[in-house]
Design a binder for this molecule. Sequence first.
Ligand code: NAD
Ligand code: MG
Length: 395
Amino acid sequence: MNTEAVCVLGATGSIGQNTLDVIRQHPDRWRVAALTANTNVVDMLALCKEFRPEYAVMSDAASASALVSECRTHSLPTEVLAGEQSLVDVAALDQVDTVMAAIVGGAGLASSLAAARTGKKVLLANKESLVMSGQLFMDTVARSGAQLLPIDSEHNAIFQCMPNNYLAGQQAKAVERILLTGSGGPFRQMPIEQLQNVTPAQACNHPNWNMGAKISVDSATMMNKGLELIEAVWLFNTRVEDVEIVVHPQSVIHSMVQYNDGSVLAQMGNPDMRTPIAHGLAWPERVFAGVQALNLVEVAKLSFERPDFERFPCLRLATDAALAGGSFSCVLNAANEIAVEAFLQHDIRFTDIARIVEECLGMANSVELSSIDAVLEVDKAARARARQCLAATQV
Ligand code: NAD
Ligand code: MG
């Protein structure tokens, strides 16, 4: 059997590392053609030694040059590249069959789109790119014939519970609702008045998942669930009103699909991203992922709650942005990225994140996003406005 060539964008991150862990267990199925990272030369070198990719991309020239000399010292076959265009180039390489899009934030947009444009099997973890460019992204996938597979655990679960051919087939009409589950994050039960004093370390201490800093803060504000609502609307061609957010603190059910005959299908498993990653990589087959089997007797209890829109204003903002249309989602994402970064730097309070996003949305207009340049322009303007809001914020 020929091995499939994989490009892992964001290889040093949480999703990147989990992806490489699945690949490591199946050298007969997958080989690594390209890896990318921001500036972490030490981790990238270790990955280059282990996986010997043809290409490794670093964000800046200094990191790339440090990696070049290390690769030479260790006689590695890897060609080292630098910069944003190189992310696009490796995602679009002819010899690459599958791209894991696992860069965090808007920095992943161009490379995720490049994988879609060149008709790859696109494993999409980088939800922000879909939130920013939904229609453009889905049109690009449809035009190129790319196979888009969701890696976000909820969307992967929904994908597993959907009928075949759900975008076009008769069966799609049988789907009444998507039940998008979320744990509620670390602050689900904290007295609301204490939220303004929580620290980045507390926000990043998720009860069930071990993830990168940005998505951990998004989970704590529940903006993550808001971004996922928008992601679900695009991926499954559904209305905002037909996606219901359900808080499920145990994170054992990863989401559900409700059918018109009364059936509700759920996908369950331990909260371990190697399950959706292995599912995406091997689809339509299944492979061993190294994930511990779910022990329902040990879990004992599954509970469900309605989301609290007062505690989590980001949920309301994301829902409103989803209803208002594509460019509002793009503004929501951009403002959130700037605000989360400022919170992680201790420049603003946790509760300022929603306030800054709300201010930016209040100043936004509806814009047609039919090209990547149009998306990037809206994104840039929203980031600039968010920075102005930050400057006016006193901690
Ligand atoms: P992370 O912070 O752990 O890793 C991010 C990766 O992107 C790293 O390899 C980093 O080097 C790279 N990167 C960061 N900024 C970059 C830039 N400007 N240019 C190029 N590369 C850059 O993040 P993560 O938790 O792995 O999340 C990655 C994506 O997957 C996010 O979009 C997140 O929402 C999504 N996701 C993550 C999880 C999870 O469990 N971690 C679950 C669902 C979805
Ligand atoms: Mg998720």
